[in-house]
Ligand binder design. Structure first.
Ligand code: UTP
Length: 477
């Protein structure tokens, strides 16, 4: 063991984490070097502090919620219901279009997650999601961006946040596909944190690899600043960042309505809200406390509150977080600086973490066996002086692919896409067969290169000289 290695070892020992080096005597020089490098990247003092506070807090989650701030359901801008609100939405749309024409919007996709629930080998963004062409999520987003580039006459920067686990694969995928015709795609890697056992001990993935995981979608802020993206965009006069997550093919990636509301309200961070489908649905809910909006994760919202209804019978906490936000660029970068007053809180979650036992044999647990720490993008809301929440029609903007089967799976997502395309076609006068669930007896697909929402679809469709017949496998581009 050389001097540097001894120092790392002693530091870990001092914090009771010497088990990280349990297999030292079995490792060759390269493996030892690699393990030490990984260990040195961990801020062991901070990790110990986090472990102590969070593991204690986790036990009292519910209690903290009740004892803590007086949470109330958050206010939001609702979908247009009457002539007045329709005018407001139209004004927002026009302002949004103006900002887009001035080239002031960049796109940011959080794609660094591990996608364990989906169980797909490979980065989730490469997952084939569309009903007819089987396009990947990345291709779909690229088409949305190409459509906007053409429409607003300028090139749009697209930042894709990757993690250690999928960075190279994602770059390779874009390389193979010629970046889907886009010229301003940037890959920025988020940070990693070490996983610990329920007793707070750092876990090993194998004898010389520490079990590391991406630091949560809140890692977006730091990754953005560290990559130099902020400086580049500032020079080019781009001041709005449109953020969304990789798993939702319906996302309005570049939405003039939302951008218009964001700017009109001088918002630093705006969020898209969808009504929850049922009380226990696994989405965070927007609440307000002490004059700020905040998101309470579904796992932190006690069931009594989740099911609580007002006298009209609607859920009190009904405003689900769709994971779609707009940020002022300078606020986004402020959140990514090291300043203590802008530090996002860390959240602990029990997860299944592949590891090894004391004899070095692999363990692939069926139940959660360790804890991961993550920061969440929506926690930035508490730091925003001005923020707004804008309702979105769930059927039009939200259908994430989370699980391999059942709710929020590739199958429900395929159905949601087909249902939406059918709705547009019916609105345009098509007499295609539709069942009570709004589904035709076959798959169809409309490319975002043709239109990405009903408004644009109707305009374009009505301009066509000849309308294609709609049948099984119809694809409109
Ligand atoms: P999820 O909470 O669904 O996590 O992330 P996940 O890792 O993708 O999936 P599971 O829980 O392992 O099944 C929501 C979004 O945030 C991104 C994901 O890529 C997804 O777009 N994300 C999550 C990151 O970019 N980095 C992270 O560290 C975590």
């Amino acid at each position: 063991m050389n001097k540097l290695q001894r120092e790392v070892f002693e530091e870990f020992e001092q914090y009771g984490q010497e088990q990280v080096f349990r297999f030292w005597s079995e490792l060759n020089d390269d493996e030892r070097l690699s393990l030490c490098r990984q260990a040195r990247r961990i801020d062991i003092g901070r990790l110990t502090e986090i472990v102590h506070t969070l593991l204690k807090k986790e036990k009292n989650q519910e209690e903290i919620f009740y004892q803590g701030a007086p949470f109330a359901p958050a206010d939001y801008i609702s979908l247009p219901l009457d002539e007045t609100s329709r005018c407001r939405w139209e004004d927002a749309y026009n302002l949004g279009e103006q900002i887009l024409s001035e080239g002031r919007v960049a796109v940011f996709t959080a794609a660094g997650g591990q996608g364990t629930r989906l169980g797909f080998e490979g980065p989730k963004g490469t997952f084939a999601v569309t009903p007819v062409k089987g396009k990947s999520l990345f291709q779909l987003f690229a088409e949305k961006i190409r459509f906007a580039e053409k429409r607003y006459g300028n090139s749009i920067h697209w930042f894709i946040m990757t993690s250690d686990r999928n960075h190279n694969e994602i770059i390779e995928f874009f390389g193979k596909n010629g970046s889907f015709g886009l010229s301003n795609v940037h890959f920025i890697k988020q940070g990693s944190l070490a996983a610990v056992t329920v007793d707070g001990k750092i876990m090993l993935e194998d004898k010389w690899h520490i079990a590391m995981h991406p630091d949560g979608h809140g890692g977006a802020f730091r990754a953005f600043v560290a990559s130099g993206a902020n400086t580049m965009l500032e020079v080019q006069g781009v001041d709005v960042v449109s953020y969304f997550q990789v798993d939702n093919p319906l996302v309005p990636a570049i939405d003039p309505y939302f951008i218009g509301f964001h700017r009109k309200n001088r918002s630093q961070m705006s969020s898209r809200m969808i009504l929850k489908n049922y009380p226990e649905e696994k989405v965070g809910v927007f609440c307000s406390a002490y004059g700020h909006s905040t998101v309470v994760e579904y796992s932190d919202l006690p069931i009594e509150r989740a099911i609580k209804r007002n006298c009209g019978g609607t859920l009190c906490f009904k405003t689900g977080n769709a994971g779609i936000h707009l940020f002022e660029r300078d606020f986004f970068s402020l959140m990514g600086t090291e300043k203590n007053e802008h530090q996002l809180p860390l959240h602990a979650a029990k997860k299944r973490i592949p590891t090894i036992d004391v004899n070095g044999n692999p363990v692939d647990p069926e139940l959660p066996n360790g804890i991961k720490f993550e920061t969440f993008i929506f926690d930035a809301l508490e730091f925003a002086e001005y923020s707004i929440i804008v309702e979105g029609n769930r059927k039009e903007i939200f259908s994430p692919v989370k699980n391999s089967v059942g709710l929020d799976s590739p199958e429900t997502c395929r159905q949601d896409q087909v249902r939406l395309f059918s709705k547009w076609l019916v609105a345009a006068g098509s007499d295609m067969p539709i069942d009570a669930k709004g589904l035709p007896p076959f798959n169809i697909e409309i490319s975002p290169l043709f239109a990405d929402n009903e408004r644009d679809f109707l305009i374009k469709w009505n301009r066509l000289e000849k309308h294609p017949a709609i049948s099984s496998g119809s694809y409109i581009e």
